[in-house]
Every structure is written in C-alpha cells, then in structure tokens.
Design a binder for this molecule. Structure first.
Ligand code: AMP
Length: 287
C-alpha cells in the first residue's frame, strides 16, 4: 500500500480503523518533523510484517516554553513525507494546530516527580505539554506499540510512567540514540548550529562518555562523576552547560551514591540552540 497523508483526526481514525479490520497491528512513531536518521531508526524498528506504521508530524505549541524556539523550529513537511515514503510508512498524520487544539485546551496530563529535575527544571510546562499531546495522539491513533528515542531519556521515562499509571493500552518501545560520526546525537535542532558551534557540540558526547567511564570504573560519588563530565564541557568556550546530572533512570531523581545503573544527562546551549543528550552507565559488580 502506498503512503497516505491525513490532515484531519477523522481521516486518520478511519484509516487506522480500516487497518485494524484487516488484522494489522498499529505501530506509532510520534515526531515533530524535520526528520533525520534518528527518526528513521524508530521507523525501522516500528516496521513489522503485519503492522500498519503511523508517523505523526506535529510541532506541538504547548510543549514549548519559549516562543522563539517554537517559531524557529524547522518545518519541512514535504521532505518529511518523502522521507516517510522511503521508510515504508503507511500513514503520516500531520494535523494543523486548529485540528489538534480547536478550542483552548483545558485538560492536561501531568507526571509528577519525574519532571522535577533535568529538563523539567529548566523548561516549565514542557513535560505537561508532552504528556498531554502524547495522550491526545494515543487517543487518535490507538496504537498497539509506540516508539520513543532514548535520546530524550526524561521524556521516555515520563511517557512510560504515564502509560503505566494511567493504564493506557499501549506498549512503549525504547529506541537507541543515533549519532553523527563524531558522537553528536542527531537532532532536528542541529541544523541551526553554525559550523563552529557544530564542531563544539561534539564535546557533549565526549563529556557523557567521560562520566560514564568513571561510573564503569567504580566511582561512587556522583559529584566526582559530574565534575569529570563538566570539565570537558567547560573546556569548550562555545558551549554553555545548563545541567549535567546523574539520576535514577526511572524516577529521574538525583542519586546520592552510585550503586546501580544511572542515567547521565546533560543539556547545553550552543549560541541560541539548546542541545540535550544522555547515556546510561552501570557500575561494576564488585565496586
Ligand atoms: P522529535 O521530533 O525531536 O520530537 O523526536 C521524535 C522522536 O524521535 C522522539 O521519540 C525522539 O526521542 C526520537 N529521536 C530524536 N532524535 C533521535 C536520535 N538521534 N536517535 C534516536 N531517536 C531520536
């Protein structure tokens, strides 16, 4: 079957219902567009023999804490649809703002605790916007499985917890981070970097790796691990670190002592572009 682009909720629902009648499973990859190989890897994992692959493309205004970031967010629908076609997507759901928010949104989904630290601390309302739009999209697409990147580790934890706590009938599949050759995590925002910022940005991955190496070598004190990572970030004058933290991967709370797997997460600004990345690391058994 060839790819269909649905601009309305009614059309998307009808196509999904038809696929279900044919006995196909519904596989769902939510995105904000400006698609790259990171998104492509989610689509590759989501493509199944009896599956109906739905990709949503929607730049969700209620998850942006800064108007300038929302306005500058890249929008490349035509190229995105071609990208999806090449990737074997069955349905692209690309609604307008009016379609998703025809009246002021009064119902919101909030995941507490997990949103206090990392990006939640610096982007007020962001995860409420994410949880709300993901809930709306799940209500429209009603997927069997939904695919999320580990790159956005806090988002993944928040969505997992939301689905569990609210008994949503969908399986969340975590997908590994796809990186550029120098380690920079692929992101729709990378295109906004100047050549000098782009080259500085690779320090983020080096910093995460240095911190992860400390954990794997048995460092127990998160402050020590944090210092090792931050030193590499701070050596790069074009980067302004926002946070560099060691947290519990499920609860997203800072750990006092590293005793089991941790999430090392970082956000840094390069000029006016904010970049995030993270790595998981497990201490040695005998530490
Ligand atoms: P976005 O369009 O940025 O909202 O991302 C849509 C989905 O793609 C999210 O689940 C992201 O975590 C995931 N994603 C974005 N970048 C990458 C990447 N470099 N590797 C893997 N997944 C990614």
């Amino acid at each position: 079957m060839s790819l269909v682009v649905a601009r309305t909720i009614a059309q998307a629902r009808a196509l999904v219902a038809e696929a279900r009648r044919q006995g196909r499973s519904i596989e769902f990859v939510p995105t904000m567009g400006a698609l790259h190989e990171g998104h492509g890897s989610l689509m590759d994992l989501a493509r199944r023999p009896q599956g109906f692959l739905v990709v949503s493309i929607f730049v969700n205004p209620i998850q942006f804490d800064r108007a300038d970031d929302y306005e500058r967010y890249p929008r490349t629908l035509e190229a995105d649809v071609e990208f999806c076609r090449r990737r074997g997507v069955d349905l692209v759901f690309a609604p307008s703002i009016e379609e998703m928010y025809p009246q002021p949104q009064r119902a919101f989904v909030e995941v507490t605790g997990l949103t206090e630290h990392l990006c939640g601390r610096f982007r007020p309302g962001h995860f409420r916007g994410v949880a709300t739009v993901v809930t709306k999209l799940f209500g429209i697409v009603q997927p069997d499985r939904a695919y999320f990147g580990e790159k956005d580790a806090q988002q993944l934890a928040v969505v997992r917890r939301m689905v569990r706590d609210l008994n949503m009938p969908v399986e969340i599949v975590a997908c590994p981070t796809v990186r550029e050759a120098d380690g920079l995590a692929m992101s729709s925002r990378n295109g906004r970097l100047s050549p000098a910022e782009r080259s500085a940005a690779s320090a983020i991955y080096r910093a995460l790796q240095a911190a992860a190496a400390q954990v794997r070598a048995g460092a127990r004190d998160p402050a020590v691990v944090r210092r090792a990572g931050l030193a590499l970030l701070q050596a790069e004058p074009l980067l302004r670190p926002e946070y560099f933290d060691i947290v519990d991967p499920e609860e997203i709370q800072p750990v006092l002592m590293i005793e089991s797997e941790v999430l090392i997460a970082c956000a840094a600004w390069a000029g006016t572009t904010r970049l995030i990345d993270s790595l998981r690391a497990t201490p040695p058994l005998n530490a």
